[in-house]
Design a protein around this ligand. Sequence first.
Ligand code: ZN
Length: 610
Amino acid sequence: MQPICHFTVSFLEPGSHVYHMTLDIDHLPSGRHELSLPVWTPGAYKVADCSRHLFDLSATSGPQALEVVHVAKNRWLLETTMEGPVQIRYNVYAFEFGVSTSHLDQSHAYFNGAQLFLLTDDYKDIPYYLTLEKPPAWEVSTGLDLDNTGRGQYQAPDYDVLIDSPFEVGTQSISTFEVDDKKHTLAVYGHGNENLAQLTHDAEQIVRAQKQIFGSLPYEHYTFILHLSDKPTGGLEHLNSTTCGVERFMFRPWKNYKRVLGLLSHEFFHLWNVKRIHPDMLGPFDYNKEVYTRLLWAMEGFTDYYAYLTLRRSNLYSVQDYLTTLSKKLVDYEKRPGRFVQSLAESSLDTWIKLYNPDEDSVNRTISYYLKGELVGTCLDLEIRRRTKNQASLDDVLRKLYERYGSRGLGFPESVYQDTVEEVGNSSFQDFFDHYINGTRPIPIDEALLSAGLRIERQYKRLPEDDDENTAETPQTSQVPYPWLGIDTKVVDGHRIVITQTYTSGPAATLLNAGDQLIALNDYQLHQPKDLKHRLQYDQQVGDTVTLTFFRQGRLHTLPVVLAPQPFDKVGIRPCEDSNPLQRHIFESWLNASWNDHFTSGDDAWNQTE
Ligand SMILES: [Zn+2]
């Protein structure tokens, strides 16, 4: 007989920030048993050592106390002499507000299973039951199913689903909508300038647009948990829910709200891409250590690609919104020296020590698999469309992977990804994978967009000549680069200008260091970072030598730097005047938009503004 595990999570005094946990196990065989808590949460590729907040663990079998030996940071051993019920009790301190963490205070309870639920031995494939002891007025929002066996309030078919189902419990605002007779719940914790009716409408459009790709919704119900607080906390995907955390006043104006929609769209798309379509390392999970894959560019980067593409296809984003977002990503990518050092495959493999642990050198040695992955998704989709004369696309790759693996609960060997691209594209993509995924060649974004009749103009933002306050916020563009030191700075203590990173592609790479405090340019004091930018742009030329004075570890230095040209920081994406029918056809099916509606002759200004 298999053991039956029932957790009780008690938080009747939420101000204590402590979850009181009880695990009742029936039919646990006699012998030595191991209890373990995950060291990471799936989707957050970082060792978080969830057990650091666990304390007061004890075990009993009937009236008898059992000895529990703590043998490793996340593991405990206990021994039973006969089969029977065992009760494990422990507490978990939870005061870390984030999407992949757990938080408990006077306003709500939010928890992720990785922080709360001990695994007994290797019993991952048995059902789990769950009961909450909560303040009576608090409502529950979760993707987990209600229990229908009478054992608890909620049930999970296995440990993975238990860990994959966060709970939001409190006085959150709740709204619902239905797609395909399936209930979708929006649970919003916190307030700001949100418009719940608008958000509900837009979430429904996202669900409908993404369903178009796969044909149906592979769940019975779905829950969006949205945290509104003073800081953005990102998003985390689950099988039939997500938690997203955004700054509370992000709902107006549109330029902010469209980022909220981008996050929701990204996390929702994950229910297919990574939660169901994934390499075999990403499920079932090993919770005890890092799991390594070279495919996070496809799991995360392509999810970002589809997040924005489906926002466009649903008309939540205009064509201009879509191309503006794409152009900003291109600026970020091309400015980053690390794109010549780290491949997408390496970025994925090393995420555990690099992407989630950035430092002052990251810009020079690493590339984000989100950023480059999205751009490579654009290139790959348009290349498949070009080669097949728009008879196939990246959508077909994802559909095939879903049909063959995802819908059957299977992971795939990593080589399957390229095989499937080549099957759909009906040709070899060996060079594409060698150059842009396993290698560091600049991505062929110009050629890709040309397939859809679009051309890229690389430009430079220029501060306005007129220093009038009204125009200061709208930089003009120029074809001529302005002088550049190749550093980023921040203001510390309200007045100190401190270098945060130097670019290996810049003129000061071997002269200035992160941490140097800039004092003066050409012997005149710098009061704020804006002074540096203004004086370089208005008073200097590329090729000029300037003198910089700075403190390094408390000692004053002065040295000359020869100014280099600034990398472009503004991209325009415009229609080709001589586009052919195939290019226009690709554009229209790619973005679900009419070419003629967007590009009337003589109208070339549509992508000039934010
Ligand atoms: Zn993601």
